[in-house]
Design a protein around this ligand. Structure first.
Ligand code: H79
Length: 391
C-alpha cells in the first residue's frame, strides 16, 4: 500500500492522547451515565447550566500531553449524549451556552497549535438527544423522547455539524464512533467522507464501527484491545487492514471521568501496551477524562509524565518505527535497517529470537549474550522494558 504524507506522519507519530470531556463529566460516573442510569433528557439537559469548568486551561493540558511524549490529541467534540463542546450554529445544546461559555474545541486547537501537537476531533454519529435520531438504535431508549423523527433530517444535521468542524477548526482528522448503534442504517458515509476530504484533502478519517474499514477511511481503529483481538464487550473486527492502525485505551476502565474507578493500570502495564502496539505497527491513543472543573486527575497525570520520561530515554525504539512482530515476551520494531527488540516480560532468561548474527547492543543496562538465535540474559536492569538495538 502506498501511504499519503499524512498517513506517514500518523504512523511515525505513534502516540496520542484521547480526551473525553463533556457535561457527563459533572456526574463523575463515565460518559455513558445518561444511558446507564436511564436519565431522561429533561433531567440531563440542565447539566449544561452547571458546567462551569472554572479550572479549564487547555495550555496546561497540552503541556502535560507534550511532556507525556504525545504527538497528537483526539478530543470529543460531541459524544453520544449529543452535547457539543464547540460553537455549533446547528444547535443550542453546546458549551458556549454554559456558564463556562468558552469554545472548548477552538481553545484546545489554539493550544495544540502553539505546542505543535495535532488535533483530531471525535464525533459521535449516535445521538441520544437529537429528536430526529429515529428510529432509535440499540441504546438511548430511556431518554424520554417523543416517538418519531426524520432520519434524513438527522443525517443533514450530523453531516452539517462535521462540515462545521472541518471548516471552522480544520482538525488533522476525524474519529467517528457510534455507528454500531444502528449497524444497518444508511449513514451516508460516502457523502460524509467525500465532504470532509473535499474541505480538508489531507484529513485522516477513522471510524470506530468495529468492522473492516470502509472506502474513504484513512486509518483503522481498535478499541480497548490490540489489533486483531476481539476485545470483551466490544466486538472489534479481527481483520487487520493495510491502513495505518490505532488502538485506543483507557488508563482505568473509564473514558469519561469516573470518580469510583480506581483501577488505574500501572505505568509498566501502559508501557507494555505502547511497546506491543508499536510492535503491531499500531499507534496508541491513551485516554484521559478530565474532571468537571477541567483538571486532569493526579493518578493519570503522573502516569503520563512517567511515560514521557521513558519516551525521552527510549523513544527511538517507538517513534518513526514500523512494527515487525509481537511475541509472548517481546516486541520488535524497525526503522530502516535498525531493529529494536523490546522485552516486555522478564519471566524467562532464555529467549528464542528471530535473528542469528547481529550487531546487538542494549539501550537498557542489562547483561546478555546472543548465541545461535538464543538470547541469554544474565542480569536484568531496573527498567520496565529491556531494549536491544540491532544494527
Ligand atoms: O467513547 C468511548 C466509549 O464511550 C465508546 N467508544 C469509546 C471510544 C463506546 N461506546 N460504546 N462502546 C464503546 C461499546 C459499547 C458496547 C455496548 Fe452494546 C453497548 C455493549 C452493550 C451496549 C452496542 C449496543 C453493542 C451492543 C449493543
Amino acid at each position: 500500500m502506498k501511504y499519503t504524507p499524512s498517513q506517514l506522519w500518523f504512523m511515525d507519530a505513534k502516540f496520542g492522547i484521547f480526551i473525553h470531556w463533556g457535561i457527563y463529566s459533572l456526574l463523575k460516573r463515565g460518559e455513558w451515565v445518561m444511558h446507564n442510569e436511564k436519565i431522561p433528557i429533561s433531567k440531563y439537559e440542565p447539566l449544561k447550566d452547571m458546567f462551569e469548568a472554572s479550572l479549564f486551561e487547555p495550555q496546561e493540558w497540552v503541556e502535560l500531553f507534550k511532556d507525556a511524549g504525545a504527538r497528537y490529541v483526539t478530543f470529543t467534540s460531541k459524544h453520544h449524549d449529543g452535547f457539543c463542546m464547540y460553537d455549533s450554529a446547528l444547535t443550542e445544546y453546546k458549551v458556549t451556552n454554559t456558564p463556562l461559555g468558552r469554545d472548548v474545541v477552538g481553545e484546545l486547537r489554539d493550544a495544540c497549535n502553539d505546542e505543535g501537537l495535532k488535533l483530531f476531533l471525535y464525533y459521535s454519529q449516535l445521538d441520544w438527544h437529537h429528536p430526529d435520531y429515529y428510529p432509535l438504535g440499540r441504546t438511548g431508549q430511556y431518554a424520554g423522547r417523543v416517538e418519531g423523527g426524520d432520519w434524513e433530517r438527522y443525517l443533514e444535521y450530523y453531516i452539517g455539524q462535521v462540515r462545521e468542524l472541518a471548516v471552522n477548526y480544520k482538525p488533522v482528522g476525524f474519529w467517528f464512533d457510534g455507528m454500531w448503534d444502528k449497524p444497518d442504517a444508511d449513514w451516508k458515509l460516502h457523502d460524509l467522507y467525500q465532504m470532509i476530504h473535499s474541505i480538508l484533502p489531507n484529513a485522516l478519517i477513522g471510524n470506530n464501527h468495529h468492522r473492516k474499514p470502509y472506502p474513504g477511511e484513512d486509518f483503522q481503529i481498535f478499541e480497548q484491545s490490540l489489533p486483531g483481538e476481539e476485545g470483551g464487550v466490544i466486538k472489534n473486527t479481527t481483520y487487520i487492514s493495510d491502513l495505518p492502525l490505532e488502538t485506543c485505551l483507557t488508563i482505568n476502565n473509564s473514558w469519561g471521568y469516573n470518580e469510583q474507578d480506581h483501577q488505574h493500570k500501572s505505568v509498566e502495564k501502559l508501557l507494555e501496551y505502547l511497546v506491543k502496539t508499536a510492535g503491531m505497527n499500531s499507534n496508541l491513543l491513551l485516554n484521559v477524562g478530565p474532571r468537571p472543573d477541567g483538571t486532569i486527575q493526579k493518578e493519570h497525570a503522573t502516569r503520563l509524565i512517567r511515560i514521557g520520561e521513558w519516551l525521552r530515554k527510549y523513544g527511538e525504539a517507538i517513534y518513526r518505527t514500523r512494527g515487525v512482530s509481537v511475541e509472548e515476551n517481546y516486541s520488535v520494531t524497525r526503522r530502516d535497517e535498525v531493529q529494536y527488540l523490546m522485552i516486555t516480560t522478564k519471566e524467562s532468561n532464555v529467549l528464542k529470537v528471530p535473528f542469528k548474527y547481529a550487531r546487538l547492543h542494549s539501550l537498557t543496562p542489562l547483561k546478555f549474550e546472543l548465541s545461535n538465535s538464543v538470547l541469554y540474559i544474565s542480569e536484568w536492569s531496573k527498567e520496565p522494558i529491556e531494549i536491544l538495538k540491532l544494527e
